[in-house]
Design a protein around this ligand. Sequence first.
Ligand code: ZN
Length: 281
Amino acid sequence: MRALPVSVLALCGLAVSACGGALPGAPVADQMARRDAAPTVSAEPAGTAGSARPAEKAPLVRPLEGRVVVIDPGHNGGNARAPKEINRKVNVLTQWKSCDTTGTSTNSGYPEAAFTWDVSKRLRKILKKRGATVKLTRPNNTGVGPCITERAAIANRLKADAAISVHADGSAPGNRGFHVIMPKKIGGPVDPVVGESAKLGKAVRDAFRKDTGLPYSTYIGKKGLDYRSDLGGLNLSTVPKIFIEAGNMRNAGEAAKFRDPRFRQKIALALANGLQHYLNA
Ligand code: ZN
């Protein structure tokens, strides 16, 4: 994999702040997930009260039936070749920001965009099996954008029950750990969902720590939680929404984990569990 140009990496990777930011606007992934007939998850174990299993079949209820989740895989694999388009300024209410960024990468060149895409696909699969309707904000990892404004708009149009932007950070090599970013009130459209977003964030934070074993960020936020008013993907959201920064791609230990498909599956499962805890609460 080729390394991303340094000029672009700086947009997200080096400035710790930037990585969370981008969500863009172009092609809308058209995989509105059908409720496909995935294996069901039974509601409760039969006979918990000591009674015999009912003779007739208990209806099997998938835990996320009827819920709509938007997954936003941060950045895009083609962003580096389209600086003009992704550097275009868009209004995120508290400031003007680039339409999107390239994201960071590991020192060996595994790009954040590829990581977020893979995790997001895995997460989609798990959520669909649990009954949710799932939409991604981009259809592949070879395109450009969409802009952060559009990434937020996709979830808003669908009136998603929850939305999550998937990212990984690019910080100093000694820094490690994950954090969840939630919106703050800005006197804007996100204000009514700030409270729900905080609940979502805490649910995902708890599941992520438990299921991945990664520590809380050693360099941002408190106990894995951070609140920001500079991210378009949050400021423009009218549905409960968070960002996960899954860890530091520039930390050798975390980079090795992120490159491992089995660990990415673990991350996806953790995110699914956190979303489900929130949605079923
Ligand atoms: Zn990012």
